[in-house]
Design a binder for this molecule. Structure first.
Ligand code: MN
Length: 137
């Protein structure tokens, strides 16, 4: 890990893979792990209706909402609205999804780490329209 400033124009925005996300979702890498750190930071921009598939993180995940209006659901819990400035704490091995509201975009920072074996995220099935459009609690 070298001391430096990584400039915003050094990276390029990638379209999130369709086998792990629904809709148009954009990813910008903020920090890619550099030994000895295991921290990965990604800025994720979900267009309206965009969301992750159901998934779980080996050592959990922290989300920090930067802009827009989002949605988040833990396993069988209610769908919750998430707003700029909110921090979402997701424990290890916990099924969940996150994304934009149906009619608004949402941008968050996603912070996660790998476990001792290098595992990071288990990707599961897409979030159904029924789950996605459930009334937010
Ligand atoms: Mn997640």
């Amino acid at each position: 890990m070298k001391p430096r400033i990584v400039r915003a124009n050094e990276g390029s925005t990638k379209l999130a893979p369709a086998d792990k996300f629904v809709g148009q979702v954009l990813q910008d890498q903020v920090f890619v792990p550099e030994d000895p750190s295991r921290l990965r930071v990604t800025r994720v921009t979900f267009t309206p209706g965009g969301r992750t598939n159901w998934h779980a993180h080996a050592v959990g995940q922290i989300l920090y909402v930067l802009s827009g209006t989002g949605r988040f659901q833990l396993d069988e819990g209610v769908v919750q609205e998430i707003l700029p400035g909110d921090t979402v704490v997701i424990p290890p091995h916990t099924r969940h999804w996150h994304g934009a509201a149906p009619d608004q975009m949402m941008c968050h920072l996603a912070l996660s780490e790998t476990d001792d074996s290098g595992a990071a995220t288990d990707w599961l099935e897409p979030v159904s329209e029924e789950d996605y459009t459930a009334a937010t609690g």
